[in-house]
Design a protein around this ligand. Structure first.
Ligand SMILES: NC(=O)c1ccc[n+]([C@@H]2O[C@H](COP(=O)([O-])OP(=O)(O)OC[C@H]3O[C@@H](n4cnc5c(N)ncnc54)[C@H](O)[C@@H]3O)[C@@H](O)[C@H]2O)c1
Length: 438
């Protein structure tokens, strides 16, 4: 207990030295927030460009991190490095590395494995290690714990190991790191107690669960919940279209129920580093228990097919105007996976772009947040074009894939020959003959 208590004391009086491994959408805001709370924070990333930018006080995730990074760097509260040996002097280590899928669409936990090996090299008595990357239940105890205990140190006694999932929601102005409750699952009670002292300094509400597996599973439940509900409403949107019922009106009406209902809206599919990938982490693990996670697979199938459905809508809408998709001039509005952010990972807009191109249409995109993007894995990058009045007028169709707030919808509606709106964003301006809403 002495080891835990002395680390807790350092955390409470903010003399603990903090490391964050992986300075992306999750890790950078975490590092900045901890530095703002008065800790000395060292970020570790393999990406030299990111390391250099942090050390210059430059933020590359503008939407997530507030201004003030350069002040933190100047005050020596925040710095970054590629050198893992700094871990020797760190009291806590938060791991925020990617957890993608491999080419067979299985979980790729190689980043967690590689990082754990580095942490093990420098693990010492009185250190807290917290995994924040989303992963399948069992990763902390089956992969990390044995690797860290190979050092001869024991979790819960000599060092502390927890899983504490990250809930950052890029673009969310209301819920930031501080006011979003955080879940902690320690390998032992002492592990959770120490992690609570760390996160309790920067986050208002902490919920401790009985094990890392519970914390790993709860994070997946959050994301599966979203994937399944989005798939459900997408399926109903397709049915409603056939039945001549407006799905958006249906959802708005259902949302007036003050209990037992939470609105989800249809769209061109799901994107980002979390919702399309994380559920697969669980279905993969479930197979080891001879269990099929049918909801997950069904939801993935429906959501993955949405871009094809949207293209069918586009083809029909052009047809109604006596046009063929071949050689049609299409402007894709937005390639980010959701509005007002610059993240295009797994964005359904990329699939839309490629599908439309395959039909022989002339397609370009406009996204003020994303100046260039690779729509196909091995293709050349496409560049965002300027959305001029002339482009709006001459395009055969503008396809709204992302409902960025900064788009001038009134101008677009007034000037376009045809719009296919996959986000229902034009509804607030009225009903228009030239607009086909999903
Ligand atoms: N982006 C989100 O909104 C979000 C939300 C909640 C949870 N998550 C989860 O958090 C984790 C990180 O996601 P992200 O969006 O921040 O990813 P990201 O790609 O934005 O950032 C990951 C960072 O880790 C670095 N990195 C890769 N390998 C490394 C290594 N071996 N050592 C050190 N650094 C390394 C990369 O260079 C990159 O800067 C994932 O598991 C993700 O599922 C993401």
């Amino acid at each position: 207990m002495k080891t835990a208590d002395s680390l807790i004391k350092k955390l409470k009086n903010k003399t603990a030295r903090i490391a964050v491994i992986g300075l992306g959408y999750v890790g950078l805001p975490l590092a900045v927030e901890k530095a703002k709370m008065g800790f000395k924070v060292t970020g570790i990333d393999v990406n030299l460009k990111r390391v250099k930018m942090v050390n210059k006080g430059e933020c590359y995730i503008p939407d997530v991190v507030d201004a003030g990074m350069s002040e933190l760097v100047k005050a020596k509260k925040l710095r970054a490095t590629r050198d893992f040996s700094v871990l020797k002097n760190m009291d806590t280590v938060c791991i925020c590395v990617p957890t993608p899928l491999d080419e067979n669409k299985d979980p790729d936990i190689s980043y967690i494995r590689a990082t754990t090996k580095q942490v093990a090299k420098y693990l010492h008595k009185g250190q807290l290690v917290s995994l924040e990357s989303t992963t399948y239940p069992g990763t902390t105890e089956e992969i990390m714990l044995p690797e860290l205990e190979k050092t001869g140190l024991t979790a819960g006694k000599d060092f502390f190991l927890v899983f504490s999932p990250e809930r950052v929601d890029p673009g969310n102005k209301q819920f930031k790191l501080k006011n979003t409750p955080k879940v902690i699952g320690g390998v032992t009670k002492a592990c959770s107690r120490v992690a609570q002292a760390l996160y309790g300094q920067i986050i208002d509400n902490i919920m401790v669960v009985s094990s890392p597996r519970v914390a790993e599973m709860e994070k997946l439940l959050e994301n599966i919940f979203r994937s399944v509900n989005i798939a459900l409403v997408n399926e109903l949107a397709m049915l409603c279209k056939k039945m001549g019922i407006n799905i958006w009106e249906v959802v708005d009406a259902a949302a007036t129920k003050p209990y037992g209902f939470m609105p989800f809206y249809p769209g061109p599919g799901i994107g980002g580093h979390c919702i399309p990938l994380d559920p697969i982490y669980l279905s993969w693990k479930a197979k080891k228990y001879d269990f099929r996670t049918e909801f997950i697979e069904l939801a993935a199938r429906i959501n993955e097919n949405m871009p094809e459905y949207v293209v069918r809508l586009l083809v029909d809408a052009l047809n109604k105007q006596g046009k063929s998709i071949k050689n049609a001039k299409i402007v894709l509005l937005g390639v980010a996976y959701k509005k007002d952010i610059d993240d295009w990972r797994e964005s359904p807009a990329l699939k839309l772009f490629e599908l439309i191109k395959k039909f022989g249409a002339q397609i370009v995109y406009h996204d003020p947040y994303i100046h260039s993007v690779k729509t196909a894995k091995n293709g050349k990058p496409e560049k965002s074009v300027k959305l001029t009045g002339a482009l709006i007028k001459t395009a055969d169709c503008l396809l709204i894939a992302t409902d960025h707030s900064c788009f001038d919808y009134k101008k677009i509606i007034a000037g376009a020959k045809l719009i296919v709106d996959t986000r229902g964003v034009t509804r607030k301006f009225g009903e228009f003959k030239n607009v086909e809403v999903l």
